[in-house]
Structure formats: C-alpha cells, structure tokens
Write a protein that binds this ligand. Structure first.
Ligand code: HSE
Length: 308
C-alpha cells in the first residue's frame, strides 16, 4: 500500500495591516502528517499526537480530513486513507496551527496519489478546512504555510494569490504567552464597519509594507506594521500588549503586532542576532505581569510545505 509524509510550517497571518490578506511562514516549527492507503474507501483519522487529546477524530471536524475530503471530491475519487497527525504547534496560539495540519495532510495525500495537483492548486482545499476549524475561510495562514515566504491574497472570489519577496535579513520573533485564544472568539470582537479615515490609514500601511518588501527597506516595513482595524479590539484580549510592544521596539524591533488572531505576538527585526534581545525584553514584561511566555526566533521560511 502507498504512503507519504509531509511537513507544513507555522505562519503569521495579517502581519498587522493586512487583515485576512497577508501572511508569512516561519522556519521555527510546524506540523507533520503521514497518510497511509487503506483497503476500504473513506478517510480514517488514526492518530493525533501532541494535542493533549483535544483535536477531533471525526472526519467532518478534523482539519486534515476535511481538507483531503475536499480534494477527493474535486478528483471524483474515494481512495481509502489513514491519517496520522503530529502536532508541532500549540492550539489556539495564533501561529496557524489548524492551517499547518490541513496543508501537511494535503501535501502528503497529493504525493501519495502521484501528485494529481500542483502545489498551489491545493489551496482551495486548505481553505475549506479553515472554514471548519475557525468558522471563516481565510487564506492568510494556509497560503503561506503551503507556498512559503510572504503571500498576498489579493482576492478570494476568485482566489488570487501573489508571492512577495522576502528581504534576506528579515527575521521574526514570536512571543507565545501561556493562554489560548480561539480564532472564532478573536474574530467576534471585531467591528463590521470601518471608517473612511481608518480605511485610508490601513491601505497606506499595506501598500507601504509591500513596497518595503520589494525595496528591502526595513524602516519602511517597520513603519507599516500598523493596524487600526483589528489590533485595537484584539489588544484588549491580550494582557500586556502595549507594554510588550514598547519594550520590543526599544530593544530594536522594526515593529510588532498580533500573530493572526493571537495571543502570540510577532516582532520583525533585521539580522540574525536581533531576536535574542527582543525576546529578553518581552520576557521581562511578561514576568512583571505574571504571565509565562515561550519565545521563538526564526528566519522567514521561503520554502513552505514539503514532502518528507
Ligand atoms: N486573518 C485571520 C484572523 C487569521 O485574523 O482572524 C487567523 O489566524
């Protein structure tokens, strides 16, 4: 019987100003999924490790299974598959945990089937899984996890996904405080309407960030990490948010924002040494408010998901 295994990296969605339209992948960690063919048709989630028993095994709720099911429907086939998921990412962290599982599952299943789809064409199936996992079919985690680097989702209908350049000295520090925030809850605090003033500020920053990536202008990237649409509401759910922001900026970060829907925060900086100082500065703040934190420091992952 055939089998295949794949890895998909963690991601930072939104990147402050690009709510639901921008994301990038990081090197530090990710999920691994193995797919084994079975004699009988249909999907079976066989094992999940590293989730402390919390993720669903039901095919219609499990993100790996939902993604593969969507792929099978497109193929018009029903190959029997067993799914083995190894979580490397914490749940409800804002580091694209559900996205990494779905993407790794699709990469492995596609490989096992002899690659009927090109890598980029797996994206709609991963979005279908995000819809089930988070209640919203956003692509700003799944697209960078699949494709690597910085990714812009210019439009969803039809899907228009653009890979952006990654300045070579750009690094990311992730600060993961010890509590969970469900994406659905973090989305529920957002407003349905945006004022003209805020729409103007937000578009200026998205354009600035993209120009900064193209021009390798680190200062411009930093100035553009400003979000007036989601951050002001979500920051209220994240203890110490503004204190951490001030501390990491004083420690040399170009800018800081909420990673996806939080509670993990991300800081961008220049050069491989900057992360240590930034992590230390953030740790001191978290210590002062009595909140544990894990810090990760990573280059931007430009490869995306891959078969092992
Ligand atoms: N763009 C999504 C959100 C990402 O901010 O809700 C969720 O990780």
């Amino acid at each position: 019987m055939r089998s295949a295994k794949a890895f998909a990296p963690a991601t930072v969605a939104n990147v402050s100003c690009g709510f639901d339209i921008l994301g990038f992948a990081i090197d530090a960690m990710g999920d691994v999924v193995e797919i084994k063919e079975k004699h009988t048709p249909g999907l079976l989630v066989k094992s999940i490790e590293g989730d402390e028993g919390r993720l669903p095994y039901e095919v219609e709720k499990n993100t790996c299974a939902v993604a593969i099911q969507a792929m099978m429907e497109e193929l018009g086939e029903n190959v029997g598959m067993e799914i083995y998921l190894k979580k490397g990412l914490p749940l409800g962290s804002g580091m694209g945990s559900s996205a990494a599982s779905a993407v790794a599952a699709l990469m492995a299943a596609n490989q096992m089937l002899g690659e009927p789809f090109e890598k980029k064409d797996l994206l709609p199936f991963a979005i279908a899984a995000e819809k089930v996992a988070c209640g919203a079919g956003h692509a700003d985690n799944v697209a960078p996890s699949l494709l690597g680097g910085f990714v812009l989702i210019r439009d969803y209908h039809p899907l228009d996904v653009i890979k952006l350049p990654v300045p070579k000295d750009l690094h990311c520090t992730l600060l993961h405080p010890h509590f969970e925030l469900r994406t659905a809850d973090s989305r529920s605090v957002l407003r349905d309407h945006v004022s003209l003033k805020h729409a103007t500020i937000q578009s200026g920053n998205v354009a600035g960030l993209i120009a900064g990536l193209f021009q390798e202008d680190y200062e411009l990237i930093g100035r553009s990490l400003r979000d007036v649409i989601a951050e002001p509401y979500r920051a209220t759910l994240i203890p110490g948010f503004y204190e951490v922001k001030e501390a990491v900026k004083s420690a040399g970060a170009l800018g800081m924002g909420i990673s996806g829907s939080g509670p993990t925060l991300f800081a961008l900086s220049k050069g491989p040494e900057s992360g240590k100082v930034i992590s230390q500065a953030a740790q001191e703040v978290y210590e002062s408010i009595g909140l544990g934190v894990d810090t990760y420091y990573s280059a931007i992952n430009t490869r995306g998901a891959y078969v092992l």
